[in-house]
Design a protein around this ligand. Sequence first.
Ligand code: FAE
Length: 542
Amino acid sequence: MRGNGSGGVSRRRFIVGTGSILGAVTLSARVSAAQAAATPAAAVIDNGAHVPVLVIGTGYGGSVAALRLAQAGVNVQMVEMGMAWDTPGSDGKIFCNTTSPDNRSYWLRTKTKQPLSNFFGIPIDKSIPRYTGILDAEDFSGITVYQGRGVGGGSLVNGGMAVTPKRENFGAILPSVNADEMYNTYYPRANAGLGVGMIDPAWFDTTDCYQYARVGRKQAQRSGFPFVFVPDVYDWDYMKQEAAGTATKSALAGEILYGNNYGKKSLQKTYIAQIKATGKVTISPLHKVTSVSPASGGGYTVLIDQINTNGDTTVTKTVTADKVFFAAGSVGTSKLLTKLKATGALPNLNSEIGKGWGDNGNVMCGRANHIWDPTGSLQATIPCGGIDNWAAGGAFAEVAPLPTGIETFASFYLSITKNPNRGTFTWNAGANRVDLDWQTAWKQPSIDMAKTIFDKINAKEGTIYRTDLFGVYKIWNDTLTYHPLGGAVLNKATDNYGRLHGYSGLYVIDGALIPGNTSVNPFVTITALAERNIEKIIATDL
Ligand code: FAE
């Protein structure tokens, strides 16, 4: 008998309406997010201010830059379009759960756009009030790019999988960067700063909440694929306490995609906590940078829209900054630079701006297991392992949770693949926006690479793909990415340390520098590259 997901398992037993988690998890340290963020709100930037350094965005790249600059004695202004995420809602929690998304879940949408959109083909998205929520599902032609919005950037919504690429793959990831320096100095520094840790393998072998991953491991190994444990920034001791019933549940309560209230060490608990401790950094949430151009007296004029939680501009501010770091994420930085070059604000940027954008080869799928291979009704939202077929098949598949609270007999995967396709951002003057020329068909190489793993597992196990999770009879989610990379590529749009060509005092220091693929989940590489670049910039430019 077969639990094939579209027939063999009782449909009544599924909870339709659960959030899909697939990709992001959160967790915290021993303090709750509410406690960690309890610092009184600092003053935001004033209209007319003149600051030595302005950092656009508060994700990984921006946080590294701000911390190291502050430690070097520089006053820094961080500008973030999303919310501070430091105040509990009426339910006493800062972040909402994936099973009950509310206004806090999505950035200015009136309906959720869950990566796993269907169960048994039935759409499960629901209406929500429009609000400056935490997860942006930004639509371009052919692809939806998921991004975190708020102080902490992607660290607020992601799965915390903190993976250093295999050294043998590094030359293809960042060809102009010295690998010895990265692996001896900057990857270790990033891992320490982020609080990266590994699941206890003995606990993994026995705990109910990773039964789904043990099924994933068993099936991978039976087909001859290595299963590798993947480090994460979740506090693994806290998760053990969740499982033992001695701590408030977080990863074991479906918290991930819309924030994590306890166990995940987001940037709020690591780099940004350190930033606040320096006393030299001001963070302005709900402030969106719209323009950067040379100021007549030197430095740069930065235009900033202060917005309310409806997304409406309430005040437009003009400030001056001696130096500006673009850390708005691959998409945010690429969009700004593409627009500023095309509209004449920064005409000397070179022709590499907007180019070299990739999706890290992301593609999702589910498999239906036999009834004798249950994946468990309790699933930790934090992925802890993957199937490595990068060298032979170009795919690294994260064994992802499907935390519905019931037995689904499904295995779920987010694959990172060696997809060679790259998109370009261009300015669309008529529509007054930046477009990306990606095509959904460009995901076919990713599907082919992921199939090198899952066709083989299905053949070995006598199982089939789920066809009901992304629509009606649709096996692959080939219309999204969680891992946007590139658009202002290192050593092309910038010099080999992120200094933008054409303008002194303008820098890129986020995922936009990385040309489209990291072979694994990207944030450790983004953080390590930022650590490398800011060290050089502080030594030579300040
Ligand atoms: P990012 O963290 O996106 O920060 C950019 C910040 O700039 C954001 O806070 C924006 O709101 C802000 N911003 C943008 N435009 C403006 C503007 N004009 N003015 C002011 N502020 C602006 O950039 N990666 C992993 O390594 N492991 C995972 O497990 C993982 N899971 C993920 C799951 C999900 C659902 C998602 C969405 C992503 C996941 N990622 C994961 C990707 C990871 O979060 C992402 O690569 C990094 O956050 C990118 O870091 P950046 O510093 O480039």
